[in-house]
Ligand binder design. Structure first.
Ligand SMILES: [Zn+2]
Length: 378
């Protein structure tokens, strides 16, 4: 099953419909109907399906079908064909996160055969890797159902640990417009790159103060919110004072953190400390911020039913917190208590020679078997 799913190139920029159709046919063969929700261009789809009774809540297993690009990465094997070597399966998506979906699908015939007393739902999304974009439509759809899943497990790579909390994220773009001139006349122009750099420096100072002064929450690595600028573009050539510069930055915040204060501070600095000086020289100078994407943090209590059930299924007494984001925060905000638990380590995600170990797959396999004991008649 893992081999089949990896063979579909579902890099986020590509359509995922071939994979979705394949899964849909597979489910059809088991007598399970699926419902699709599409993106605006109908090039990508989420899939939602229910096995078992439809008049009660049940457990939802969820995963994203898209993977990050392999462009520019040095792979030793074909990333879209699984290679087994030294107790590991190599391929793009083996770890993040097609293996969890594959293990769930592979167990489905047995769930059906044994008879589900409590329903099992499958939720597959698109465009997770570009900001948890696709799953929002699926969540809207599920919220409209009379009976909703009672809980959800998102199978992102967690080494099969039960993750009950993760950071949230907000990302922003900033466009700085100044005035161009021949560089010999630099003082009379408004250098957009230099003014943008002052805002970037301010963001860096905020990052440092979060690191030194907190707030802190134990269990997260690092235990504070993080801020960084990841992209900057401006200028055309050295002898022209650039009239435009744009950059992108993000904050990854702790649950309960005041992340609104951060962006307010950045805006306030730009509007009060930077813009007046720019406008003194050129009235039409401007600094415009735009929020790009984000996802809420996750914080599910240790004693929530989903946390307890998942610890049992994963045969683990502990819960964990992680710094990377997942769709779990969105499910949780949508009213479905959610945890993250899946095979593989985030250490291998997004990298060349991504892999999942057979040992992790065995743990995931055991997880599904225990889930059967819980949901099936016999
Ligand atoms: Zn992922």
């Amino acid at each position: 099953m893992i081999k089949s799913l990896i063979a579909f190139d579902t890099t986020s920029r590509e359509s995922n419909l071939a994979l979705i159709d394949w899964v849909r046919n597979y489910l059809n063969g088991l007598g399970i109907q699926s419902q699709l929700t599409f993106d605006d261009d109908e090039r990508k789809a989420n899939l939602y399906a229910t096995a078992g009774p439809e008049d009660r809540g049940g457990v939802m297993l969820s995963g994203h079908t898209d993977v990050v690009p392999v462009d520019g990465q040095d792979w030793d094997t074909n990333p879209f064909a699984v290679t087994e070597r030294d107790g590991r399966l190599y391929g793009r998506g083996t770890c993040d996160m097609k293996s969890f979906i594959a293990v769930a699908l592979a167990h489905l015939p047995d769930f059906v055969e044994r008879g589900l007393a409590i329903p099992l739902h499958l939720a597959l999304s698109y465009d997770e890797e570009i900001g948890c974009v696709g799953v929002r439509r699926l969540i809207d759809q599920v919220r409209g159902f009379d009976v909703r899943p009672e809980m959800c497990v998102v199978g992102e790579p967690s080494d099969m640990k039960v993750v009950v909390a993760h950071k949230g994220k907000r990302s922003f773009a900033c466009d700085v417009t100044g005035m161009a001139a021949h560089s010999s006349l630099a003082p009379s122009a408004v250098n957009a790159v230099e003014f943008a750099a002052e805002i970037v420096s301010f963001i860096r100072r905020k990052a440092k103060s979060l690191q030194s002064d907190g707030p802190f929450e134990e269990g997260f690595d690092p235990p504070h919110a993080t801020v960084h600028t990841g992209l900057i573009q401006g200028g055309t050539q050295l002898n022209i004072v650039p009239d435009h510069c744009s950059f992108q930055f993000e904050i990854r915040y702790l649950p309960f953190d005041d992340h609104v204060g951060f962006i307010d501070d950045v805006r306030h600095f730009a509007e009060n400390e930077i813009l007046p000086e720019m406008r003194e020289r050129f009235e039409a100078s401007d600094i415009v911020f735009r929020e790009m994407s984000g996802f809420p943090s996750l914080t599910t209590p240790d004693d929530a039913e989903v946390s307890q059930m998942c610890r049992h299924l994963a045969a683990s007494n502990e819960t964990a917190k992680v710094s990377f984001g997942t769709e779990a925060g969105l499910f949780s905000a949508g009213g479905i208590p959610t945890v993250v638990c899946g095979p593989g380590s985030v250490e291998q995600a997004h990298k060349p020679n991504e892999f999942v170990s057979l040992e992790q797959l065995a743990k995931c396999d055991a997880f599904m078997k225990r889930l059967k004991e819980k949901l099936c008649h016999n």
